[in-house]
Ligand binder design. Structure first.
Ligand SMILES: *Cc1c(COP(=O)(O)O)cnc(C)c1O
Length: 419
C-alpha cells in the first residue's frame, strides 16, 4: 500500500506546507499578543509568585492568575486551580456547579468523552453522579455519516429536546471518536446560535479540551457561556504540572467555585502550592506550544498521506484541535509507531509500550509518551486501540524540531516493514 519515502523528502514536504505554516504562525502571533496583554493589563509582578499557605485568603497570585486566564480566554471570569486533578474533574465540577436537581442536561454533540460517563451516570452506579443527584441527561447527534456537522432538516423532536433543556453541552474536540470531526470555531458558532435560537436561556457549556489557542477566538467569544479544560493539555504550555480551568460568565464561575470548594468559600481560598508562577509561565508559552504541535500534525498528515495512509484531518484542512488520526492498517505498524515515538522521547526512552486491556475499552490499547508531565498530551504522545484499521491518535509536540526528528525516524522504521 505504501511506497518507500526517503527521509530527505521531509524538507520538500515542508516547503509545500508554507501556506499552512504561515497561517499557524499568524494565529500564534495574534493569540500571543492577547495573552501577553492579559499579563500587562493585570500588572503581573513578582509578588504574585509568593504562595500564601493555610486558608490562603487574599492570595494575590491566585487572583491574578484567574484574571489573566479570563483575559486570555476572552471570558468575564475564570477559575484556574491545581486542585482540579484532571480535565474530567474540571468538567464534572462545572456540571455540578451549573446543574440543579430536576434539570435536564442536553448534549448537542452526541455521547461525550468516555471518562465523563460515570459523572453523567450513563455508566456505573456512583451515588455522586449527576443522575443520582436528579439531573436528567439527554443527547442529540448532529453529525452526518461522514462525521460532519449537519443542521439542516433536523426533526422537530430534536428541536423540542433543545427547547426543554436547562443546560446545553458541547464537546469541541473529536476526542477519540473514530469518525466525528472536531468543530472549528465557525462551526461552533453555527451550532451555538442554532441552539440558542430554540432556547436562548439555557447556558451553553463547552468542553474545550485540546482546542485552546488553535484558532484566534475561544468559544466564550462566540456565544458559549462556560468553557472547561485541562492544564496538562494546551493552556498549560507544557509547563503546568497539573490543574484545570473553567472560564466564562462571572455568575456561573461563582457557582463552579462553590462546587469545587464549598458554598461561601468559592474562589476565595485554596493554597496554590507555589504553582502560580509555573502556571502563568506555561500560559504565556501556550500559544507557541500549540503552534508547534499544529505544525507537527500538519507535517505528519502530509508525510503519511504522501505514503498512502488515510489521515484525518488532511494536511490542508482547517483544524479545531491538536489531534491527528492516521490509519496505519496493521497491528505491527501501530506497535512500531508507538515504539519509535517512545524510544525517541526525552523521558523513559528505554521503555517499550505494549498494548493493554483498559477498563471501559473493548480492545487492548497501546500508548506512547515519554513526557516530562505524566500523561501530558500537549507533549508529543500517541495512542490507539488494537483493532481495524489500526488507527493511531497522535497529539501534541511543544517543540516542532523534536516532532520532525521523530517523524523522520518513524518513517524509516515503518518503511522497513514494507520491504
Ligand atoms: C482529555 C479530554 C477530556 C478530559 O480528560 P482527562 O484525561 O480527565 O484530562 C475531556 N474531553 C476531551 C474531549 C478530552 O480530550
Amino acid at each position: 500500500m505504501t511506497t518507500a519515502l526517503q527521509t530527505h523528502n521531509i524538507e520538500a514536504i515542508e516547503n509545500s506546507l508554507t501556506e499552512q505554516f504561515t497561517e499557524i504562525t499568524q494565529v500564534e502571533r495574534a493569540v500571543y499578543q492577547r495573552v501577553l496583554d492579559g499579563f500587562i493589563t493585570h500588572q503581573v509582578n513578582e509578588q504574585h509568585f509568593y504562595t500564601v499557605n493555610g486558608y490562603a485568603h487574599d492570595d494575590m497570585g491566585r487572583e491574578v492568575l484567574d484574571k489573566v486566564y479570563a483575559y486570555a480566554l476572552q471570558s468575564e471570569a475564570a477559575l484556574v486551580r491545581p486542585h482540579f486533578v484532571s480535565g474530567t474533574h474540571t468538567i464534572a465540577t462545572a456540571l455540578r456547579g451549573v446543574c440543579q436537581p430536576g434539570n435536564t442536561l442536553l448534549s448537542l454533540t452526541g455521547r461525550p468523552y468516555d471518562t465523563l460517563e460515570e459523572t453523567l451516570g450513563t455508566r456505573g452506579s456512583s451515588t455522586q453522579s449527576l443522575k443520582a443527584w436528579g439531573v436528567n441527561y439527554q443527547e442529540i447527534d448532529p453529525f452526518n455519516t461522514n462525521g460532519q456537522l449537519e443542521l439542516d432538516d433536523v426533526e422537530s423532536s430534536t428541536i423540542n429536546k433543545i427547547v426543554e433543556a436547562d443546560i446545553l453541552y458541547i464537546q469541541r474536540s473529536c476526542g477519540y471518536h473514530p469518525t466525528r470531526a472536531t468543530l472549528t470555531i465557525a462551526e461552533l458558532k453555527q451550532l451555538i446560535s442554532w441552539a440558542k435560537k430554540a432556547n436562548p436561556n439555557a447556558p451553553v457549556l463547552v468542553d474545550n479540551c485540546y482546542g485552546e489557542f488553535v484558532e484566534l477566538d475561544e468559544p466564550t467569544s462566540i456565544g458559549a457561556d462556560l468553557i472547561m479544560g485541562s492544564l496538562i493539555k494546551n493552556p498549560g504550555g507544557g509547563l503546568a504540572p497539573t490543574g484545570g480551568y473553567i472560564a466564562g460568565k462571572a455568575n456561573l464561575i461563582t457557582q463552579c467555585a462553590e462546587a469545587l470548594t464549598a458554598p461561601g468559600v468559592g474562589s476565595d481560598g485554596g493554597m496554590m502550592f507555589n504553582l502560580t508562577h509555573t502556571m502563568l509561565q506555561g500560559l504565556l508559552q501556550a500559544p507557541t506550544a500549540v503552534a508547534n504541535a499544529l505544525k507537527t500534525m500538519v507535517l505528519v498528515a502530509c508525510l503519511f498521506e504522501a505514503n498512502g495512509y488515510t489521515v484525518s484531518p488532511v494536511a490542508a484542512a482547517k483544524r479545531g484541535d491538536i489531534i491527528q488520526r492516521i490509519a496505519l492498517g496493521t497491528p505491527e505498524k501501530l506497535q512500531t509507531f508507538c515504539e519509535v515515538l517512545q524510544h525517541n522521547s526525552p523521558i523513559d526512552s528505554h521503555l517499550t509500550p505494549i498494548a493493554e486491556k483498559l477498563p471501559g475499552y473493548a480492545d487492548p490499547v497501546i500508548m506512547a509518551g515519554g513526557t516530562f508531565v505524566q500523561g501530558s498530551t500537549i507533549e508529543l504522545s500517541a495512542d490507539g486501540p488494537m483493532r481495524e484499521p489500526y488507527t493511531v491518535y497522535l497529539q501534541g509536540g511543544t517543540n516542532y524540531t523534536h516532532g520532525r526528528l521523530v517523524m523522520s525516524r518513524l518513517l524509516e522504521q515503518l518503511n522497513k516493514l514494507n520491504s
